[in-house]
Design a protein around this ligand. Structure first.
Ligand code: TEU
Length: 573
């Protein structure tokens, strides 16, 4: 059975950095409304909007203090309605970010919860006594050894009640206790309220962290780390399938034929788990964001120890996910988002071959089996940013890590700064480059974070009408998914798994086949014989007609030029 999202393409807007309509330096909803025709021209089907709810902005909106209102920084509920309608009029859908593993510490639920030990909402969060034998609030007295994703312990001490609360992210993001049925009901009610207002689904933030081992045991203590790793006790925990199925029953099942989207962000999810989460028969979610391919260039799982990515590892990983979800389930496909470096800087070449490699990456990703995601600016080939000093960064993850590394760990400032550069999240959060104007067409004011100086050459204004631009290439790739059923539904077969430079695969249905070839290097690469194909055009095993490529001039048959993409098609059109 084909599901509607199989030939859809999703575009992620990180509103703070997308378009600023009122000159306060921060992007907003009216800014997004002003770009609807741009998104329509690109051809995307769904817009995923990162959080715009009321928030103290400790983690740029991933800390929500009111789930049913818009932060004045971004606009009003009326603006959101106008955005939803503008999308619907153009045949696009709106997917909201759902952040319910945690709230802000300023959410009324938490304010009540922390007010006293016997408050009815006390149990809505994870409150624990100090470790037995320790004086509450003293070093080592935390209930367990877990570290938070944003440095420091995952526990914060609340002096007035003498207990600790759990926060897997910042201190201002206390974790909700999903064991409590009242919490779950409150979340489902809120989700239903948004669906009633016309939104078309949710991207669910760290949703596989919501079921924790209620015993909260100490995690393994890896060498050289300040805190224990509790992930075994909260990643895809004991009740996660039950909770997601319950959510489906309470929120999505009653919506009948409405075409809604549920995408579950799941750090640490395994292929086998993902096949279960996304098996339509189990009624949990449509697809998951997995993290394996964006962790291969982290040494020992530490993003601050970046290491060279081997193409063979990337292919082995993505190939495993393609195979693992071939029978049951569905993949989401992404190179980048607001937490990851820019795709062309990480997987391609953001220097001499920026345009060619950005196009090649688009072709390779979008022609896998799954639903592709484009992160704002990726369609322009935007690159990582150079941040000269710590004061140029804005992300809480970077700032906390820097403080911990230079103080508690005593590392040298210059070493820490160098280690931040490749993987920091602010790389992806510099404003979208609309034009070569001083504010990059993003703002008329002072931007909340630096604008990449390369906006004078890399920007939408020069690309939208240029048939040779990265933008136009994304349009073509998106159009190919819409027009050719083999892209949405074909089987995936990886070729040349051991080749260090060439990414090669086929997609096939009973009557058509695509052959996709990409050179992941700045050198020409001879094309080894492909099983099942001959290179001579007159033979029966011919690759077929070239339907997509990133070079204007024809190349030679047995070789791929630097960062070249070639896509051949055989079978009836
Ligand atoms: O991210 C969850 C997550 O695990 C990462 O991608 C996170 O950025 C990483 O641990 C940092 O190294 C989601 C959101 O996408 C992210 O922006 C939020 O900060 C986070 O949850 C907390 O809500």
């Amino acid at each position: 059975m084909n599901q509607w999202f199989e030939n859809a393409v999703v575009y992620q807007v990180y509103p703070r950095s997308f378009a600023d309509s009122n000159g306060d330096g921060v992007g907003d909803l009216r800014g997004v409304i002003g770009k609807l025709d741009y998104l329509h021209t690109l051809g995307i089907d769904v817009l995923w909007l990162s959080p715009i709810y009321t928030s103290p902005q400790d983690d740029n909106g991933y800390d929500i203090s009111d789930y049913r209102d818009i932060d004045p920084l971004f606009g009003t509920l009326e603006d959101l309605t106008e955005l939803t309608e503008g999308l619907h009029q153009r045949g696009m859908k709106l997917v909201m970010d759902l952040v319910v593993n945690h709230t802000s510490d300023e959410h009324p639920w938490f304010v009540q919860s922390r007010s006293s030990r016997d408050n009815p909402k006390r149990d809505w969060y994870w409150w624990q006594d100090a470790r037995p034998g320790f004086e509450p609030g003293t070093p080592g007295a935390e209930p367990n050894n877990w570290g938070s994703a944003f440095s420091g312990s995952a526990w914060a001490y609340d002096e007035s009640s003498g207990q600790y609360y759990l926060h897997l992210f910042s201190k201002k993001q206390p974790d909700l206790n999903w064991e409590n049925p009242e919490v779950r009901t409150a979340v489902y009610e809120m989700m239903n309220w948004w669906l009633d207002r016309g939104v078309d689904g949710f991207r669910m933030d760290v949703i596989n962290f919501i079921s924790k081992d209620p015993l909260l045991p100490d995690g393994v203590q890896h060498e050289g780390r300040l805190y224990g790793d509790g992930s075994a006790f909260f990643i895809s925990g004991p009740r996660i399938h039950e909770f997601l199925h319950e959510m489906h029953t309470e929120v999505f099942a009653p919506r009948g034929d409405r075409e809604l989207l549920t995408v579950a962000e799941m750090p640490g999810v395994t292929v086998d788990d993902a096949a279960q989460f996304t098996d339509p028969a189990r009624e949990e979610v449509n697809m998951v964001f997995q993290f394996e391919h964006v962790s291969l260039d982290h040494l020992d799982g530490d993003k601050w120890q970046p290491t060279r990515l081997r193409l063979t590892d990337l292919k082995r990983s993505l190939g495993r996910w393609q195979a693992g979800l071939a029978e049951h389930g569905w993949n989401s496909l992404y190179w980048s988002n607001h937490d990851q470096p820019r795709a062309v800087s990480r997987f391609g070449d953001d220097g001499e071959y920026r345009k060619l490699s950005a196009k090649m990456l688009a072709g390779i990703l979008h022609l896998h089996r799954g639903t592709p995601y484009v992160y704002q600016g990726e369609e322009l080939g935007m690159t990582n940013m150079t941040f000269a000093e710590i004061g140029d960064y804005r992300d809480i993850e970077v700032l906390n890590h820097h403080r911990e590394a230079t103080t508690k760990r005593g590392l040298r400032e210059s070493d820490v700064l160098a280690s931040l550069a490749p993987m920091n999240r602010d790389n992806a959060r510099t404003p979208v480059q609309w034009s070569d104007a001083p504010g990059a067409g993003f703002t008329s004011g002072v931007p909340w974070i630096g604008i990449n100086p390369n906006h004078t050459t890399i920007n939408a204004a020069t690309q939208v009408d240029d048939p040779d631009s990265v933008f136009s290439f994304y349009r073509r790739v998106i159009e190919l998914r819409h027009s050719d059923p083999v892209v949405a539904s074909g089987d995936f077969t990886m070729l040349l798994p051991g080749d260090e430079h060439i990414y090669a695969f086929t997609r096939s249905t009973p009557d058509a086949r695509l052959l996709v070839l990409g050179n992941f290097s700045s050198e020409p690469q001879p094309l080894p014989p492909l099983p099942g194909f001959t290179t001579s055009e007159s033979d029966a095993g011919t690759p077929g007609v070239l339907v997509l490529g990133n070079y204007a001039e024809e190349g030679t048959a047995g070789e791929l030029r630097p960062w070249e993409l070639r896509v051949f098609r055989s079978g009836p059109a």
